[in-house]
Design a protein around this ligand. Structure first.
Ligand code: SAM
Length: 334
Protein backbone atom coordinates (compact mmCIF):
# COMPACT_ATOMS: atom_id res chain seq x y z
CA UNK A 1 0.00 0.00 0.00
CA UNK A 2 1.27 3.51 -0.82
CA UNK A 3 2.37 5.37 2.31
CA UNK A 4 0.60 8.64 3.13
CA UNK A 5 2.19 11.48 1.13
CA UNK A 6 2.54 14.99 2.55
CA UNK A 7 0.17 17.64 1.20
CA UNK A 8 0.57 21.31 0.33
CA UNK A 9 -2.72 23.12 0.85
CA UNK A 10 -4.14 26.59 0.36
CA UNK A 11 -6.79 28.33 2.43
CA UNK A 12 -9.52 27.31 -0.04
CA UNK A 13 -8.78 23.61 0.41
CA UNK A 14 -7.02 23.16 -2.92
CA UNK A 15 -4.03 20.83 -2.92
CA UNK A 16 -0.98 22.01 -4.85
CA UNK A 17 0.48 19.07 -6.77
CA UNK A 18 1.87 20.64 -9.88
CA UNK A 19 5.06 22.73 -10.02
CA UNK A 20 6.01 24.71 -13.14
CA UNK A 21 9.61 25.78 -13.23
CA UNK A 22 10.90 28.42 -15.61
CA UNK A 23 14.55 27.56 -16.21
CA UNK A 24 15.34 30.71 -18.20
CA UNK A 25 13.55 33.84 -19.33
CA UNK A 26 15.52 33.91 -22.59
CA UNK A 27 13.78 32.90 -25.80
CA UNK A 28 14.89 32.63 -29.43
CA UNK A 29 11.36 33.56 -30.61
CA UNK A 30 9.55 36.84 -30.25
CA UNK A 31 5.90 35.77 -30.52
CA UNK A 32 4.07 39.08 -30.79
CA UNK A 33 1.48 38.06 -28.17
CA UNK A 34 4.19 37.24 -25.65
CA UNK A 35 7.52 39.04 -26.02
CA UNK A 36 8.41 42.23 -27.92
CA UNK A 37 11.31 42.31 -30.39
CA UNK A 38 13.50 44.37 -28.09
CA UNK A 39 12.95 42.14 -25.04
CA UNK A 40 16.10 40.44 -23.86
CA UNK A 41 14.97 39.12 -20.49
CA UNK A 42 16.37 40.37 -17.25
CA UNK A 43 17.75 37.44 -15.33
CA UNK A 44 21.49 37.78 -15.17
CA UNK A 45 23.62 34.76 -14.50
CA UNK A 46 24.14 35.40 -10.80
CA UNK A 47 20.41 35.86 -10.27
CA UNK A 48 19.48 32.62 -11.99
CA UNK A 49 18.68 29.54 -9.92
CA UNK A 50 21.61 27.14 -10.36
CA UNK A 51 20.85 23.49 -11.12
CA UNK A 52 21.85 22.66 -7.55
CA UNK A 53 19.34 25.18 -6.20
CA UNK A 54 16.66 24.00 -8.62
CA UNK A 55 17.09 20.40 -7.53
CA UNK A 56 17.04 21.36 -3.85
CA UNK A 57 13.82 23.34 -4.24
CA UNK A 58 12.25 20.58 -6.34
CA UNK A 59 13.21 17.94 -3.80
CA UNK A 60 11.46 19.93 -1.06
CA UNK A 61 8.33 20.34 -3.19
CA UNK A 62 8.22 16.66 -4.18
CA UNK A 63 9.52 14.75 -1.17
CA UNK A 64 8.33 17.01 1.64
CA UNK A 65 5.24 18.71 0.19
CA UNK A 66 3.68 16.06 -2.04
CA UNK A 67 4.09 17.71 -5.45
CA UNK A 68 3.63 14.98 -8.09
CA UNK A 69 4.32 16.71 -11.34
CA UNK A 70 7.02 19.09 -12.58
CA UNK A 71 6.88 20.93 -15.90
CA UNK A 72 9.97 22.74 -17.18
CA UNK A 73 9.28 25.86 -19.19
CA UNK A 74 10.58 29.36 -19.85
CA UNK A 75 11.44 31.49 -21.90
CA UNK A 76 12.66 28.64 -24.03
CA UNK A 77 13.83 25.84 -21.71
CA UNK A 78 16.08 24.23 -24.33
CA UNK A 79 18.23 27.38 -24.34
CA UNK A 80 19.39 26.61 -20.81
CA UNK A 81 22.77 24.91 -21.12
CA UNK A 82 22.78 21.13 -20.58
CA UNK A 83 19.12 21.08 -19.61
CA UNK A 84 19.23 17.28 -19.87
CA UNK A 85 21.47 17.24 -16.76
CA UNK A 86 18.74 18.97 -14.78
CA UNK A 87 16.14 16.57 -16.22
CA UNK A 88 18.29 13.62 -15.13
CA UNK A 89 18.49 14.89 -11.54
CA UNK A 90 14.77 15.68 -11.32
CA UNK A 91 13.80 12.32 -12.80
CA UNK A 92 15.47 10.63 -9.82
CA UNK A 93 13.22 12.30 -7.23
CA UNK A 94 11.20 9.60 -5.48
CA UNK A 95 7.51 10.45 -5.56
CA UNK A 96 7.66 12.43 -8.80
CA UNK A 97 5.03 10.89 -11.08
CA UNK A 98 5.37 13.13 -14.11
CA UNK A 99 8.17 15.21 -15.61
CA UNK A 100 7.23 17.30 -18.65
CA UNK A 101 8.49 20.23 -20.71
CA UNK A 102 6.90 22.95 -22.83
CA UNK A 103 9.10 24.04 -25.75
CA UNK A 104 8.97 25.75 -29.14
CA UNK A 105 10.74 22.63 -30.55
CA UNK A 106 13.42 24.60 -32.43
CA UNK A 107 16.24 22.75 -30.67
CA UNK A 108 14.51 19.37 -30.46
CA UNK A 109 16.22 17.82 -33.50
CA UNK A 110 19.43 17.87 -31.46
CA UNK A 111 17.96 17.39 -28.01
CA UNK A 112 14.91 15.09 -28.12
CA UNK A 113 16.71 11.78 -27.69
CA UNK A 114 18.97 13.13 -24.94
CA UNK A 115 15.95 14.43 -23.04
CA UNK A 116 14.25 11.06 -23.35
CA UNK A 117 17.35 9.23 -22.14
CA UNK A 118 17.60 11.63 -19.20
CA UNK A 119 14.09 10.67 -18.05
CA UNK A 120 11.78 13.34 -19.46
CA UNK A 121 8.32 11.77 -19.78
CA UNK A 122 6.27 14.18 -21.89
CA UNK A 123 6.66 17.08 -24.29
CA UNK A 124 4.26 19.88 -25.15
CA UNK A 125 5.14 21.87 -28.27
CA UNK A 126 3.92 25.36 -29.12
CA UNK A 127 2.85 25.86 -32.72
CA UNK A 128 0.48 28.66 -33.72
CA UNK A 129 0.31 28.24 -37.49
CA UNK A 130 0.79 25.53 -40.09
CA UNK A 131 1.53 28.16 -42.74
CA UNK A 132 5.23 29.10 -43.04
CA UNK A 133 4.69 32.83 -43.70
CA UNK A 134 2.21 33.25 -40.92
CA UNK A 135 4.37 31.24 -38.52
CA UNK A 136 7.23 33.66 -39.30
CA UNK A 137 5.01 36.69 -38.71
CA UNK A 138 3.76 35.42 -35.35
CA UNK A 139 7.12 34.25 -33.97
CA UNK A 140 9.27 36.76 -35.92
CA UNK A 141 11.41 33.75 -36.83
CA UNK A 142 11.13 31.97 -40.18
CA UNK A 143 11.48 28.41 -38.96
CA UNK A 144 8.32 26.34 -39.34
CA UNK A 145 10.36 23.65 -41.13
CA UNK A 146 12.68 23.33 -38.22
CA UNK A 147 9.79 23.04 -35.73
CA UNK A 148 8.26 20.27 -37.87
CA UNK A 149 11.62 18.47 -37.73
CA UNK A 150 11.59 18.97 -33.96
CA UNK A 151 8.16 17.35 -33.79
CA UNK A 152 9.43 14.39 -35.85
CA UNK A 153 12.48 14.06 -33.61
CA UNK A 154 10.28 14.07 -30.51
CA UNK A 155 8.12 11.30 -31.93
CA UNK A 156 11.14 9.28 -32.94
CA UNK A 157 12.54 9.61 -29.42
CA UNK A 158 9.32 8.10 -28.05
CA UNK A 159 7.48 11.18 -26.80
CA UNK A 160 4.30 10.56 -28.82
CA UNK A 161 1.47 11.38 -28.62
CA UNK A 162 2.64 14.97 -28.32
CA UNK A 163 0.57 17.87 -27.08
CA UNK A 164 0.59 20.78 -29.52
CA UNK A 165 -0.36 24.17 -28.00
CA UNK A 166 -2.00 26.73 -30.28
CA UNK A 167 -2.77 30.23 -28.95
CA UNK A 168 -5.80 31.33 -30.95
CA UNK A 169 -6.07 35.04 -31.73
CA UNK A 170 -8.90 36.62 -33.67
CA UNK A 171 -7.86 37.76 -37.14
CA UNK A 172 -4.46 36.09 -36.78
CA UNK A 173 -4.90 32.31 -36.87
CA UNK A 174 -8.56 31.58 -36.05
CA UNK A 175 -9.05 30.49 -39.68
CA UNK A 176 -6.72 27.53 -38.96
CA UNK A 177 -8.76 25.86 -36.22
CA UNK A 178 -10.16 23.22 -38.61
CA UNK A 179 -6.69 22.70 -40.16
CA UNK A 180 -5.25 22.00 -36.73
CA UNK A 181 -8.09 19.56 -36.03
CA UNK A 182 -7.20 17.70 -39.25
CA UNK A 183 -3.55 17.80 -38.20
CA UNK A 184 -4.52 16.06 -34.96
CA UNK A 185 -6.58 13.47 -36.85
CA UNK A 186 -3.73 12.75 -39.28
CA UNK A 187 -0.82 12.66 -36.82
CA UNK A 188 -2.42 11.45 -33.59
CA UNK A 189 -1.04 14.47 -31.70
CA UNK A 190 -3.28 16.15 -29.16
CA UNK A 191 -3.97 19.71 -30.29
CA UNK A 192 -4.80 22.15 -27.51
CA UNK A 193 -6.25 25.56 -28.30
CA UNK A 194 -5.42 28.24 -25.73
CA UNK A 195 -7.45 31.40 -25.34
CA UNK A 196 -5.31 34.53 -25.66
CA UNK A 197 -4.57 35.85 -22.14
CA UNK A 198 -3.60 39.34 -20.96
CA UNK A 199 0.01 38.41 -20.27
CA UNK A 200 1.74 39.88 -23.32
CA UNK A 201 4.70 42.12 -22.61
CA UNK A 202 3.38 44.73 -25.08
CA UNK A 203 0.03 44.90 -23.27
CA UNK A 204 -1.92 44.83 -26.54
CA UNK A 205 -4.43 42.24 -25.32
CA UNK A 206 -8.09 43.06 -25.42
CA UNK A 207 -11.21 40.95 -25.14
CA UNK A 208 -12.14 41.45 -28.81
CA UNK A 209 -9.06 39.41 -29.83
CA UNK A 210 -10.01 36.41 -27.68
CA UNK A 211 -11.55 33.48 -29.55
CA UNK A 212 -13.81 31.79 -27.03
CA UNK A 213 -14.13 28.09 -26.30
CA UNK A 214 -17.67 28.19 -27.75
CA UNK A 215 -16.43 29.60 -31.08
CA UNK A 216 -13.57 27.10 -31.24
CA UNK A 217 -16.02 24.21 -30.72
CA UNK A 218 -18.23 25.49 -33.56
CA UNK A 219 -15.26 25.57 -35.95
CA UNK A 220 -14.17 22.09 -34.86
CA UNK A 221 -17.59 20.74 -35.78
CA UNK A 222 -16.95 21.72 -39.43
CA UNK A 223 -14.50 18.78 -39.57
CA UNK A 224 -16.94 16.14 -38.28
CA UNK A 225 -19.20 15.12 -35.37
CA UNK A 226 -17.51 16.02 -32.09
CA UNK A 227 -17.95 14.62 -28.56
CA UNK A 228 -17.06 16.40 -25.36
CA UNK A 229 -14.97 14.13 -23.13
CA UNK A 230 -14.39 16.69 -20.34
CA UNK A 231 -11.40 16.72 -18.02
CA UNK A 232 -9.45 13.54 -17.26
CA UNK A 233 -8.75 14.81 -13.71
CA UNK A 234 -10.29 17.70 -11.82
CA UNK A 235 -7.36 20.12 -12.06
CA UNK A 236 -6.74 19.46 -15.77
CA UNK A 237 -6.47 22.81 -17.61
CA UNK A 238 -7.89 21.55 -20.89
CA UNK A 239 -11.44 20.53 -21.58
CA UNK A 240 -11.16 17.61 -24.00
CA UNK A 241 -13.09 16.73 -27.18
CA UNK A 242 -12.89 13.77 -29.57
CA UNK A 243 -14.25 13.15 -33.04
CA UNK A 244 -16.94 10.50 -33.10
CA UNK A 245 -14.91 8.28 -35.46
CA UNK A 246 -12.15 8.10 -32.81
CA UNK A 247 -9.60 10.09 -34.82
CA UNK A 248 -8.19 13.27 -33.32
CA UNK A 249 -8.08 14.60 -29.79
CA UNK A 250 -8.56 18.27 -29.04
CA UNK A 251 -8.20 20.23 -25.79
CA UNK A 252 -9.40 23.75 -25.13
CA UNK A 253 -7.78 25.84 -22.41
CA UNK A 254 -10.40 28.49 -21.78
CA UNK A 255 -8.66 30.54 -19.10
CA UNK A 256 -10.58 33.67 -20.10
CA UNK A 257 -14.15 32.60 -20.94
CA UNK A 258 -14.42 29.52 -18.67
CA UNK A 259 -11.79 29.90 -15.96
CA UNK A 260 -10.93 26.82 -13.91
CA UNK A 261 -9.29 28.51 -10.88
CA UNK A 262 -11.47 26.62 -8.39
CA UNK A 263 -9.68 23.39 -9.33
CA UNK A 264 -6.19 24.89 -9.70
CA UNK A 265 -3.37 22.69 -8.37
CA UNK A 266 -0.46 24.72 -9.74
CA UNK A 267 2.38 26.76 -8.34
CA UNK A 268 5.23 28.37 -10.27
CA UNK A 269 8.87 29.12 -9.74
CA UNK A 270 10.53 31.75 -11.93
CA UNK A 271 14.06 31.45 -13.32
CA UNK A 272 15.27 33.83 -10.61
CA UNK A 273 13.78 31.76 -7.82
CA UNK A 274 10.53 33.57 -7.05
CA UNK A 275 7.44 31.58 -6.18
CA UNK A 276 4.22 32.65 -7.91
CA UNK A 277 1.03 31.12 -6.58
CA UNK A 278 -0.96 32.17 -9.68
CA UNK A 279 -0.03 32.99 -13.27
CA UNK A 280 -1.68 36.36 -12.64
CA UNK A 281 -0.22 37.01 -9.14
CA UNK A 282 0.61 40.59 -8.23
CA UNK A 283 3.10 39.34 -5.63
CA UNK A 284 6.11 37.04 -5.80
CA UNK A 285 7.87 35.25 -2.97
CA UNK A 286 11.65 35.17 -3.02
CA UNK A 287 12.79 31.61 -2.34
CA UNK A 288 16.24 32.09 -3.88
CA UNK A 289 17.12 34.88 -1.45
CA UNK A 290 16.23 32.59 1.45
CA UNK A 291 18.28 29.73 0.04
CA UNK A 292 21.32 31.92 -0.49
CA UNK A 293 21.22 33.46 2.97
CA UNK A 294 21.42 29.93 4.40
CA UNK A 295 17.89 29.03 5.48
CA UNK A 296 17.51 25.39 6.52
CA UNK A 297 15.18 22.98 4.69
CA UNK A 298 12.71 23.34 7.58
CA UNK A 299 12.68 27.14 7.23
CA UNK A 300 12.18 26.92 3.47
CA UNK A 301 9.34 24.44 3.92
CA UNK A 302 7.60 26.73 6.41
CA UNK A 303 7.94 29.61 3.96
CA UNK A 304 6.55 27.61 1.01
CA UNK A 305 3.62 26.36 3.11
CA UNK A 306 2.85 29.89 4.28
CA UNK A 307 2.86 31.51 0.81
CA UNK A 308 0.88 28.63 -0.68
CA UNK A 309 -1.76 28.99 2.01
CA UNK A 310 -2.35 32.51 0.68
CA UNK A 311 -2.75 31.40 -2.96
CA UNK A 312 -5.25 33.64 -4.77
CA UNK A 313 -8.81 32.30 -5.07
CA UNK A 314 -8.72 33.07 -8.80
CA UNK A 315 -7.58 35.51 -11.46
CA UNK A 316 -9.57 38.60 -12.30
CA UNK A 317 -9.02 38.87 -16.05
CA UNK A 318 -12.66 39.71 -16.59
CA UNK A 319 -12.85 42.42 -13.92
CA UNK A 320 -12.96 46.04 -15.10
CA UNK A 321 -9.98 46.85 -12.84
CA UNK A 322 -7.84 43.95 -14.12
CA UNK A 323 -4.17 44.75 -13.66
CA UNK A 324 -1.42 43.10 -15.65
CA UNK A 325 1.12 41.31 -13.46
CA UNK A 326 4.48 43.07 -13.52
CA UNK A 327 6.02 40.23 -15.52
CA UNK A 328 4.75 38.85 -18.81
CA UNK A 329 4.23 35.17 -19.70
CA UNK A 330 7.74 34.55 -20.98
CA UNK A 331 9.29 36.01 -17.82
CA UNK A 332 6.96 34.06 -15.53
CA UNK A 333 7.11 30.73 -17.31
CA UNK A 334 4.01 29.64 -19.24
N1 SAM B 1 9.19 28.72 -25.15
C1 SAM B 1 8.32 27.66 -24.76
C2 SAM B 1 7.22 27.48 -25.76
O1 SAM B 1 7.18 28.22 -26.76
O2 SAM B 1 6.39 26.60 -25.57
C3 SAM B 1 7.78 27.74 -23.34
C4 SAM B 1 7.35 29.07 -22.81
S1 SAM B 1 5.93 29.78 -23.56
C5 SAM B 1 5.78 31.29 -22.62
C6 SAM B 1 4.64 28.75 -22.94
C7 SAM B 1 3.30 28.85 -23.59
O3 SAM B 1 2.70 30.08 -23.26
C8 SAM B 1 3.33 28.76 -25.10
O4 SAM B 1 2.45 27.75 -25.53
C9 SAM B 1 2.82 30.13 -25.51
O5 SAM B 1 2.15 30.09 -26.73
C10 SAM B 1 1.93 30.51 -24.35
N2 SAM B 1 1.66 31.96 -24.24
C11 SAM B 1 2.53 32.98 -24.21
N3 SAM B 1 1.90 34.17 -24.10
C12 SAM B 1 0.57 33.89 -24.06
C13 SAM B 1 -0.61 34.69 -23.96
N4 SAM B 1 -0.55 36.03 -23.88
N5 SAM B 1 -1.80 34.06 -23.93
C14 SAM B 1 -1.88 32.70 -24.01
N6 SAM B 1 -0.81 31.90 -24.09
C15 SAM B 1 0.40 32.48 -24.13
Amino acid sequence: MESQRPTLLDQFGRQVKDLRISVTDRCNYRCFYCKPVESFGHVYRAGLLSYEELVRASRLFVEELGVEKIRLTGGEPLLRREIEKLVEELAKLPGLKDLAMTTNAYLLPAKAQRLRNAGLKRLTISLDSLKPDRFAEITRHDSLDRVMKGIEAAEKAGFGPLKINVVVIKGVNDDEIADFARFSRETGHIVRFIEFMPLDEDRQWDMTRVVSQATIVEKLKEVGPLEEVGRSYSSETANTYRYADGKGEIGIIASVTAAFCGQCSRIRMTADGKIRTCLFSQNEHNLLERMRRGDSDEQLLDYIREVTWRKESGHNINAPDYQYPERSMSLIGG
